[in-house]
Design a protein around this ligand. Sequence first.
Ligand code: ZN
Length: 363
Amino acid sequence: MRRCSICGEEKIVSESLGVCVDCIRENFDKCLPFIKKAHYRARKKYNLPLEIPQDENGIQCEICGNGCKIGEGEKGYCGIKENRNGRIVGKGIREGNLSFYYDPLPTNCVASWVCAGCSENGYPDYSYTKGAEYGYKNLAVFYHACSFNCLFCQNYHFHNYISSDISISPEELSSYVDEKTSCICYFGGDPGPQIIHSILTSEIALKNKKGKFLRICWETNGNLNKKYLEKMVEISLKSGGCIKFDLKSYDERLNIALCGVSNKKVLENFRFAASFFNERKNPPLIVASTLLVPGYIDEEEIKKISEFIAEINPSIPYSLLVFYPEYYMDDLPITPRQKVFSFYEIAKESGLENVNIGNLHLI
Ligand SMILES: [Zn+2]
């Protein structure tokens, strides 16, 4: 417990933000200096632009959902795109700044309770076995950049590699898909800033799969350019993969406080991608998740997110992820057990038919 710098009440408040969820909702303008301070501190450390660049004379970057207008010699919010001599250059198209590894199936993927690689779903059209595909593996592709700046980032180590020389072509990456690789999952960071690289890799890998199963999945914050999201939907649909949207929050103010930027695009994109859900329900094309950040992602937030999903399609699987203290929010506790179950009830009551609790081992 800590005192909120605005209302002065003792609440669950992370020292990095200094303000409570109620003040973020009701007194956002007063909270804004605290929010900016927290995000600027995190971003300065890695030499990242403090805000989404909006240089009037800059070039519009159209890769992810941030819509940076990058001035000459400046970088985009993600840190890997740059305006050099009037052109947007940087990793993420023919050169990927990423790391990868094989993950034996079943994995701890966010969609594991419903996906074709880890559950009973998808057999026989998209997987080799009726249950988890033992003996097969996932090619896990971790992109070293992100379009968000989550203070609770659970994979924050990627920040050290944003400016690295790592460069892997789509051809090279796809060549790691061997006989026993039955899915690829792109995550990070976020695949958003390097989304074209992931699409090119997928196209090559699918062309070379020779009658084998190869499901293509993305795990993303959903802050994407819609034209690439359309492509992702097409690829995941035909390959039996899924697009996993990590919906951090519903309230835009809360998203700005926790993740540095708006979630307007995210919600629009989710609605768009989910409109294809009924085209292939087994395994589900779209899966949603939310990290249960103590003190911030509360009952009200879970209710709003759940109702948002249920209103689009109550069959969309939703996973509530138990929070583990990391990065700038390492002073918050693990989500308390009774909270996790009350959020579960709220999600069910909103009409969602398939709610899961992820990271249950933590509680
Ligand atoms: Zn407060």
